[in-house]
Design a protein around this ligand. Structure first.
Ligand SMILES: C[S@@+](CC[C@H](N)C(=O)[O-])C[C@H]1O[C@@H](n2cnc3c(N)ncnc32)[C@H](O)[C@@H]1O
Length: 222
């Protein structure tokens, strides 16, 4: 069977910002019910050692970011997101309990990442590319590749079609009621990852309360 076509993107960057300003206050609850399993799987599958240089693009409310910072107190964990409202929640989550010298959060876009080529051992990116136009997938992944050290790893999670009958409600909602899912729709990233030059090390389908996602761990060749 040929893969399902990817729906066009619904919202511009400005509209995405407005959407996340609207949902930031309840995003944690949504994420706990639908995406938590995928985020925890990313952490399990990606070796994170203390002392690493780590970047998370699209930190959202910081659920994954806070765990990365806690695992990497002797290293540096950088986080960036387009939405000031989501970043405020992330900053609050980190609070005063974590030494501020081991992390930095900033507002910015995945299209223009303000970091040095070859800076990072690990890049994490969860549930962001499912908001992007499909013609930009390879471009953004190539930018991640440029920022990784040789042998560095990319940990990706994204909304996908899933392979269970019960997953089908989500692609239907994405198509008919896109604002309900802030414009996220199911995507497939294997060919864009290959186009960007990544070597796929692991790929798993995940279903949480029927919400389908895929996690991929990919490597920049040495
Ligand atoms: C579905 S949420 C996922 C948040 C977080 N990664 C998680 O898994 O909980 C999507 C996030 O992507 C961010 N985002 C959307 N477009 C972006 C862009 N161009 N650059 C950086 N972040 C972006 C949004 O502001 C939002 O916080």
């Amino acid at each position: 069977m040929s893969p399902a076509p990817i729906l066009p993107r619904t919202f511009s960057d400005q509209a995405v910002k407005a959407q996340y300003a609207r949902v930031a206050w309840f995003y944690d609850g949504w994420s706990r019910l639908t995406e938590e399993k995928a985020l925890q799987r990313l952490l399990t599958l990606t070796e994170v050692n203390d002392g690493m240089q780590i970047l998370e693009v699209a930190v959202g409310t910081g659920r994954l970011f806070a765990q990365l910072v806690r695992q990497n107190p002797a290293g540096m964990t950088e986080g960036i997101d387009l939405s000031p409202a989501m970043l405020r929640h992330a900053q609050r989550r980190l609070g005063r309990s974590i030494r501020p010298a081991c992390y930095r959060l900033q507002e910015g876009s995945a299209y223009q990442l303000p970091y040095t080529p070859g800076q990072f051992d690990r890049i994490f990116n969860a549930f962001m590319l499912d908001l992007f136009p499909s013609e930009d997938f390879a471009r953004v992944l190539t930018e991640f590749m440029r920022l990784l050290k040789p042998g560095g790893r990319l940990a990706l999670a994204y909304f996908s079609h899933g392979n269970k009958w019960s997953n089908r409600i989500w692609p239907w909602l994405a198509k008919h009621l896109p604002a309900l899912l802030t414009g996220c729709r199911p995507v497939a990233l294997e060919s864009a990852l290959q186009q960007a030059g990544f070597q796929i090390l692991a790929q798993e389908s995940i279903s949480q309360n029927t919400f389908p996602s895929t996690v991929v761990i990919a490597k920049k060749p040495t």
